[in-house]
Design a binder for this molecule. Structure first.
Ligand SMILES: C[S@@+](CC[C@H](N)C(=O)[O-])C[C@H]1O[C@@H](n2cnc3c(N)ncnc32)[C@H](O)[C@@H]1O
Length: 352
């Protein structure tokens, strides 16, 4: 407490102590919406792509994107303040390494992720997030009346963004997955919920003698052929459409579920695992690839993705132990857990 006539800046209303650092930290956290929307809008306007060859003035960027120059400037300066862009004294903006990841087609691109996170349909789910916390169900369903995968089925533009997002996320991890697990023993490999086939393409390209089965919802599986053609492996890969809540194609030695179980409640995750179990031969193996939530209160991406899974799907990220319980109750025995050092872990399991 000070003895002067004026209260110190940290003494307000009844001499309570206000920690300016805590205030600043909380205020920054509360600006999450502003930051996300600025990133998302800039990505959807293609601003990072327009900066691929070097910095440009905000007026040039506004002309190229058909936006109001003074308003775009307000968005861009927040991105500069957040280290996504650089800004010089003439209000020319350039890419930082962070902003570079918002470009189309660069390795590890997060452009689609940024667009989806700020989209009106995802945003509507966050508006209903309190409902998720009340009942554990998907806020997306509260907001839209249907599940996200059903929504994507009826909205091809949104589906394209979602599938591009997954190709970006999984594409960035393929090297770590291939480096952490020896796929070579499998004559036939099935990727269940394999999306547009980025991992399948990489696994088959690395193992010329292997055959593949890519399984996903019919509308998603159909579009996977492009990726497989591009990798020159489509003659060795059967693309099958269907629902893993019902059945999974038989005939593979190795099955994988990559970033799949997190979209589902425990009950539905067990349905998927049982469908895999029913498809597998006695010597088959299952590979679950997912984030594992670490114990304790340290920051970890899985804890944030967990809330996203709750809001969008009523799903969840799981700890290693929670995965073990799911697998055991679905008839599997865990044989190995490997940290790929890319965020993802691999859990190998065999039918009991
Ligand atoms: C989060 S994405 C993961 C995609 C891919 N494994 C990857 O890592 O990029 C989940 C996948 O599950 C698929 N999916 C959702 N419901 C499904 C169902 N009932 N049957 C089969 N696949 C389904 C989606 O279409 C999507 O491709």
């Amino acid at each position: 407490m000070t003895t002067g006539s004026q209260p110190s800046p940290t003494q307000v209303q009844g001499l309570q102590h206000v920690d300016p650092q805590a205030t600043a930290r909380l205020r920054h956290l509360l600006f999450g919406a502003e930051i996300l929307q600025a990133i998302s809008v800039a990505a959807s306007l293609g601003v990072p792509d327009l900066l691929a060859d070097g910095p440009r003035s905000y007026t040039e960027l506004a002309e190229a994107t058909g936006t109001d120059a003074q308003t775009l400037l307000r968005v861009l300066r927040v991105l500069a303040a957040e280290g996504v862009l650089t800004q010089d004294e003439n209000d020319c903006f350039g890419l930082t390494p962070v902003g570079n990841l918002l470009r189309t087609g660069v390795t590890g691109s997060q452009r689609a992720s940024a667009i989806m996170k700020g989209s009106p349909y995802e945003w509507a789910a966050w508006g209903a997030f309190r409902r998720s916390v009340d009942d554990g169900g998907a806020a997306f369903r509260h907001a839209h009346g249907i599940g996200l995968f059903q929504y994507l089925d009826g909205h091809p533009d949104a589906a394209e963004v979602f599938n591009d997002m997954m190709t970006g996320i999984t594409g960035a991890k393929c090297g770590a997955i291939l480096g952490s697990y020896d796929f070579s023993w499998a004559g036939t490999y099935a990727d269940v919920g394999g999306g547009h086939g980025i991992l399948m393409a990489r696994v088959l390209a690395a193992h010329p003698g292997m055959k593949g089965i890519l399984f996903d919802l019919p509308s998603v599986a159909d579009a996977a052929r492009e990726q497989l053609d591009g990798a020159g492996v489509s003659d060795r890969c059967r693309v099958v459409g269907g629902s893993f809540l019902e059945t999974v194609p038989p005939g593979a030695d190795l099955y994988s579920l990559v970033s799949v179980l997190l979209n589902w409640t425990d009950q539905d995750a067990q349905r998927i695992l049982r469908a895999c179990h029913a498809a597998m031969r006695g010597n088959g193996r299952l590979l679950v690839v997912d984030w594992l939530v670490p114990p304790g209160g340290e920051p970890h991406p899985s804890k944030y993705v967990d809330l996203q899974m709750l809001a969008l799907f009523g799903g969840r990220q799981r700890t290693e132990q929670e995965h073990r319980v799911l697998l055991t109750e679905s008839g599997f025995e865990v044989t190995r857990v490997t940290d790929t050092r890319s965020g993802f872990s691999l859990i190998e399991a065999v039918p009991r």
